[in-house]
Design a protein around this ligand. Structure first.
Ligand SMILES: [Zn+2]
Length: 362
């Protein structure tokens, strides 16, 4: 337990605060003092100077409102650090290079996790002063403040964060212990006011290798547990409903199919060859046989008459009448209403603009 308490090689006070929440034995504080003060790794990496003068950091009002960022080098590799002003919670990412693009990509990943801060503080390093980074700030809608030569201190939070994280990594590497547990231990250890960075940022205590009682107020847990149960029940009911039977397809129904989870190919149903088994013709004219489960019926029936590939399909099958009447009849009433007179159907169809689906490209 003493070793676990000292995970990450944090200082005496922090170790005491960390243990207090989790465990007790008579003489525990004395044991911690003795252990930490004689720790080889800690002695070696003790801060040389006494205490640096306190940098007055303007306090942010809530977690992740304002973050500091910096790059650092450790064991031949470049890292990105992002640290929250409110909670002091550090995020780090290994960079494959120190280009602006790489830094931005990892910052996006961090922001996807914790949200986008209002203010990002950094120094004037090339990756931060680039126009790419300016575009990133505009696109993600945050204010980017860089430290000026007159006031280099303004990135103090990130510099302090780099110092802390580097110490954690150095000590972990030298003691051949797990650097992730070291990071975890820092994030989960109470700061001087009694709450840990994780608690401030996430609103809950996170579990470490020390005994853990869970967290969150009981009524909150009960409430959420009940909501989750209700949701699960609803999902099951919906699922059961959907498993009953898929609606049979008719000739000329427009469907989508593809591999695994992607409905990326469009096709027209030609015929049902077996129960729940259909022959379909894809946009390029290829014919496939697919089970009903692999065919997604879409509402694209009145679609791309101006799509050349689609016209090919239409041209290739002789009796396309049902599709075209369907198409014109489905839009005709609206148009007649607004226009009053009847326009030629061809014109109506060509006015329809087809929006391609937006796909997530990660
Ligand atoms: Zn130590």
């Amino acid at each position: 337990m003493l070793c676990r308490i000292h995970e990450g090689h944090l200082g005496i006070e922090k170790c005491k605060r960390r243990s207090r929440d989790a465990i007790y034995w008579p003489g525990m504080n004395a044991d911690i003092e003795k252990m930490v003060s004689t720790c080889e790794i800690c002695l070696k990496h003790q801060n040389k100077q006494a205490r640096e003068p306190l940098i007055t950091v303007d306090l942010s009002k809530y977690p992740w409102q304002k973050v500091g960022t910096d790059l650092f080098h450790f064991n031949g590799k470049d890292y990105l650090l992002v640290v929250d002003y409110f909670s002091s919670y550090p995020e780090i990412a290994l960079l494959s290079n120190s280009s602006s693009a790489c830094v931005i990509q990892h910052m996006k990943s961090v922001f996807a996790r914790h949200g986008i801060p209002t203010v990002v503080m950094s120094d004037n390093g090339p990756c931060y002063s680039s126009s790419e980074f300016q575009d990133f700030a505009a696109h993600y809608d945050f204010q980017h403040v860089t430290s000026s030569p007159q006031f280099p201190q303004s990135n103090g939070k990130a510099e302090k964060g780099v110092h802390i994280v580097k110490q954690l990594l150095k000590k972990a590497s030298e003691s051949k212990s797990d650097p992730y547990l070291a990071l975890l231990s820092y994030r989960a250890s109470p700061l001087e006011h009694g709450a840990s960075p994780a608690e401030l940022l996430m609103g809950r205590k996170i579990r470490t290798t020390l005994p853990y009682r869970g967290d969150m107020k009981q009524d909150v847990i009960k409430d959420i547990a009940m909501k989750q149960k209700a949701l699960q029940q609803r999902q099951k009911t919906n699922y059961d409903k959907n498993t009953k039977r898929l609606e049979p397809l008719s000739k000329y129904d427009v469907v989508r199919f593809g591999d695994s989870n992607h409905w990326d190919r469009e096709a027209v149903v030609l015929e049902e060859v077996n129960p729940r088994s259909y022959v379909v013709r894809a946009e390029n004219g290829q014919v496939f046989r697919r089970n009903r489960r692999s065919l997604l019926k879409t509402q694209e029936t009145s679609q791309p008459l101006d799509d050349p590939q689609r016209e090919e399909v239409q041209a290739s099958s002789q009796d396309q009448v049902p599709l075209s009447t369907q198409a014109s009849s489905s839009i005709a009433p609206d148009n007649d209403h607004s226009a009053g007179t009847s326009d030629p159907p061809v014109l109506r169809r060509s006015l329809r603009t087809i929006k391609k689906p937006d796909r997530l490209n990660l």
